[in-house]
Ligand binder design. Structure first.
Ligand code: OGA
Ligand code: MN
Length: 221
């Protein structure tokens, strides 16, 4: 006599994480995008704060490298940046940090990335500013694991320029992916994997870039 079978539930409990698409794309490609990572009200508040900090003279020209390798060269990059300090964050910035912390835990749970902390800066690209093809890891440190760029621009159009281009290799003549800096979108990619560049824009372009770092880097080489 067949034993009585218990019918499976018609649908399993919903185990989808909010970041399921991002996680699969990161696992497969090493990059991923979360459309509307932040609600438009938070994006608008972060942009308003960025404009306030800019007007108060709290941005400085961005350089490359660090320590005795730090260089300012506006033919390489001409944006201006303001580092965020999580200890003295505004309430608006705290909402950003809270969401990035939730994402960090989720990424560690799903992808075992060992992400330990986050460093973030606001960036303003004035019309014509650009950032030449580069990698986000410093030459003397491989602590940065994942680059996450939150865009803060309202109603950005293709014609405005300012695209972020990802390249498969240093020498690739053409990008493998191209992104508009659309407000609320969070673009993530492995910091050591993807050379990238920012094209000049026709209007001021705002972003909030975060790097998740590990505490225990793999040995170089
Ligand atoms: C960076 C960077 C890209 C962007 O700050 O390292 O590549 O789209 N920013 O703002
Ligand atoms: Mn970069």
């Amino acid at each position: 006599m067949p034993s009585t079978l218990i019918a499976p539930p018609s649908s399993l409990p919903n185990q989808d994480s909010d970041y399921e698409a991002l996680i699969s794309s990161l696992a497969l490609n090493g990059w991923g995008m979360v459309p509307e990572f932040c609600p438009s009200s938070l994006v608008a508040q972060l942009r308003t704060e960025a404009i306030g900090l800019w007007q108060a003279g709290n941005f400085k020209p961005a350089g490359t490298g660090r320590g005795n390798r730090f260089e300012l060269d506006d033919s390489v990059r001409s944006d201006w940046i303001h580092w965020l300090d999580p200890i003295n964050a505004s309430n608006t910035q705290l909402l950003y940090f809270k969401q990035m912390e939730q994402l960090r835990l989720e990424l560690n749970r799903s992808l075992y990335l060992g992400l330990f902390d986050l460093e973030s800066h606001l960036a303003v690209y004035n019309p014509g500013d650009h950032y030449h093809r580069h990698l986000d890891q410093f030459q003397d440190s491989n602590l940065r694991i994942l680059s996450c760029i939150l865009y803060l621009n309202e109603n950005w159009q293709n014609d405005d320029g300012g695209q972020l281009l990802l390249y498969d290799h240093w020498q690739s003549p053409t990008p493998c992916q191209e992104f508009l800096p659309t407000g609320g979108n969070l673009l993530c990619f492995l910091s050591a994997r993807y050379p990238h560049e920012v094209l000049p824009a026709k209007r001021p372009r705002f972003s909030l870039t975060g790097w998740y770092r590990t505490r225990n880097p793999l040995p170089a080489g």
